[in-house]
Design a protein around this ligand. Structure first.
Ligand SMILES: [Zn+2]
Length: 248
């Protein structure tokens, strides 16, 4: 696997998602809210599909099943603790503690940390297979766009201009590239670690889907919203399933 491809993927997953979120700001507020919400539903399915259909089977095929599952469980606990410490994930509820206390630096540092992990996830996936790397990059891109949009909102509200918000967001996204490249070289020389890196990556995806996106989805209770959630989660899973079957 060439490092150049991995760097392109890292760039897409991190700064690409900031750029796409920035472009989407040009949409009207109402449309923006809609598109971002649907992307979040789709991301829920894509993340579950990438973890259960892509990363976990791949990790098991390279290592011992029991150890892979234990690593995933450990990863979920680790991400729970990390979230406690830095409140790195989104909160779209304006009354939550993150919104009240969160100064812009906390948002940016939390995101830098989260993006660093996404970078490692992308590198580990590319090292196990190119197709898995591509799906994982897509999964990162999709869950990051709604996240970055939320961050833009908070930064602009705390007094950043649009362009300053963009550049700071892009800078915090750049940690993905640094950590991704470091992870690539580390894992390339220590190949036996790849299945565990994949297992931790799957834990990160499961955590984001189940502990972050799905609770957010439950805040909308109308029949129409619930139906589109179920449909888009299913579509997300099917996208990964079909593409892995076709070996795209
Ligand atoms: Zn992410």
């Amino acid at each position: 696997m060439e490092i150049a491809n991995v760097i392109i993927a890292l760039f897409l997953g991190s700064i690409g998602s900031v750029a796409l979120a920035g472009l989407m700001l040009l949409l009207g507020n109402e449309k923006l809210e809609k598109v971002s919400t649907y992307l979040m539903y789709l991301a829920g399915g894509i993340l579950l599909g990438a973890a259960f259909l892509g990363m976990i089977p791949k990790a098991i095929s390279m290592s011992d099943t029991r150890q892979v599952l234990q690593t995933i469980m450990f990863g979920i606990l680790l991400f729970f603790i990390l979230e406690k410490i830095i409140l790195w994930r989104s909160c779209r509820n304006k009354n939550c503690e993150r919104h009240i206390n969160a100064a812009a630096p906390i948002i940016l540092i939390g995101d830098a940390f989260h993006n660093a992990i996404d970078g490692v996830v992308i590198a580990a996936s590319f090292l196990s297979s190119t197709e898995l790397g591509i799906f994982v990059t897509l999964s990162v891109l999709l869950h990051e766009i709604p996240q970055e949009l939320g961050d833009f909102g908070i930064l602009i509200k705390s007094g950043f201009s649009r362009s300053k918000a963009f550049w700071y967001n892009a800078l915090s996204g750049a940690t993905a590239i640094i950590f991704g490249v470091a992870a690539f070289y580390t894992l390339e020389s220590l190949k036996s670690l790849i299945p565990y890196a994949l297992a931790l990556s799957a834990a990160s995806f499961l955590y984001i889907a189940l502990a972050d996106l799905i609770p957010e989805m439950h805040r909308k209770t109308s029949f129409k919203a619930s139906l589109s959630q179920v449909m888009l989660i299913t579509v997300g899973i099917l996208i990964i399933y079909v593409s892995l079957q076709l070996k795209l």
